[in-house]
Design a binder for this molecule. Structure first.
Ligand code: NAP
Ligand code: ZN
Ligand code: ZN
Length: 349
């Protein structure tokens, strides 16, 4: 079915209106009218081919909240009218060791991402959430808890799970001192989630203008990371650091802040290498690790956790016509703290 969408034909072109094809609903699929879609910095990296793997045209968007409009004949988990979410994954092999362990993000046979992945049904590439509708296998659809604001919930589908998953893996909780680096879409969710998990949260930002917000979001302390004196005060004090910076930066400045056996989980994905000074790892048996989104079961767990703790994203709601401007603001770190597209604007335009 021909579907309205917003995407781009080339790395150096702005996003614009285009038409994409969505498959007909198969027995295990649901069709979803997209109500809201968050803008992740990964959308920008991909639209501009910064990771060198983009196939054009691309329609980004993997923070999707919408309403089910049609279900396939074998669908058991959802009914027409249900409010649901779709995150970064729309399929995986479902049989490898990682899929069996609910870690579909690490599927050995290649998972299907919501956009810019080979489309098993239609050929070509998958198209994401900057569109009026999407068709997804019910096993890759999330249930949105009833008490959450829908637009502010959309960013949980990527920014929420990408910060929740490593925090669970590295046992963030009461008695733990946790650093969050970069107060953008991911970083601001990391602050809220670390706080809800019961940790003491120290936020590192390059933007003095975000100090007050960081405190309001839950930070116990805020550090201007460009000030060596302020950084020095936190040497060897943190159990865990979540690094959500979208551009190249000095990782060694943060390794030095870890206690013995502390770990940094990098979720930010700049293309440039991040050089590590060996002694910063050796002295203190520290770990420098990474983390990729989260599996479907853990994403549902995160949504339920956020509902229980009243955690959603701080958003700026925009229309599709503002997406290119939002990308420019993302590049400047000027985001408070997630742009979300009201998809009604696509239908109108
Ligand atoms: P974002 O909203 O643009 O936030 C990035 C933040 O990083 C900025 O707000 C800024 O915070 C800081 N920053 C930007 N440029 C910087 C620089 N040159 N030096 C130091 N700090 C800088 O981006 P996002 O959507 O949160 O995504 C962050 C990164 O995570 C992206 O690379 C994205 O692709 C990646 N990502 C990874 C996963 C995963 O599964 N691993 C999932 C989603 C996204 P301050 O102003 O506070 O310094
Ligand atoms: Zn994302
Ligand atoms: Zn698999």
């Amino acid at each position: 079915m021909s579907t309205k969408a917003f995407g781009t034909y080339a790395a150096d072109q702005p996003l614009e209106h285009l038409a994409i094809e969505r498959r007909s609903v198969t027995p295990h699929d649901v069709a979803i009218e997209i109500l809201f879609c968050g803008i992740c910095h990964s959308d920008l990296h991909s639209a501009r081919n910064e990771w060198h793997g983009t196939v054009y045209p691309i329609v980004p968007g993997h923070e999707i909240v919408g309403k089910i409009t049609q279900i396939g004949s074998h669908v058991t988990r959802y009914k027409v009218g249900d409010i649901v979410g779709v995150g970064c994954l729309v399929d995986s092999c479902r049989t490898c060791e990682h899929c069996e362990a609910d870690l579909e993000q690490f599927c050995d046979n290649g998972h299907t991402q919501t956009f810019n992945s080979p489309d098993k049904h239609l050929g070509g590439m998958t198209f994401g959430g900057y569109s009026e509708s999407i068709v997804v296998d019910e096993n890759f659809v999330l249930r949105i808890p009833e008490n959450l604001d829908l637009a502010a919930t959309a960013p949980l589908l990527c920014a929420g799970i990408t910060t929740y998953s490593p925090m669970k893996h590295w046992n963030v909780g009461p008695g733990k001192k946790v650093g969050v680096v970069g107060v953008g879409g991911l970083g601001h969710m990391a602050i809220k989630i670390a706080k809800a998990l019961g940790a003491y949260v120290v936020v590192f930002t390059t933007s003095a203008s975000k100090f007050e917000d960081a405190k309001r979001l839950g930070a116990d302390e805020v550090v201007l990371s460009t000030d060596p004196d302020q950084m020095q005060l936190h040497t060897k004090t943190l159990h865990f650091i979540l690094d959500a910076v979208s551009a190249q930066h000095d990782i060694n400045a943060y390794l030095n802040l870890l206690k013995v056996d502390g770990a940094i989980a990098l979720v930010g994905a700049p293309m440039e290498p991040l050089p590590v000074v060996s002694f910063n790892l050796i002295m203190g048996r520290r770990s420098f690790a990474g983390s990729l989104i989260g599996g479907l079961a853990e994403t549902q767990e995160m949504l339920d956790f956020c509902a229980k703790h009243h955690v959603v994203s701080d958003i700026e709601l925009i229309g599709v016509e503002d997406v290119n401007n939002a990308y420019e603001r993302l590049l400047k770190g000027d985001v408070r703290y997630r742009f979300v597209i009201d998809m009604a604007s696509l239908k109108k335009s």
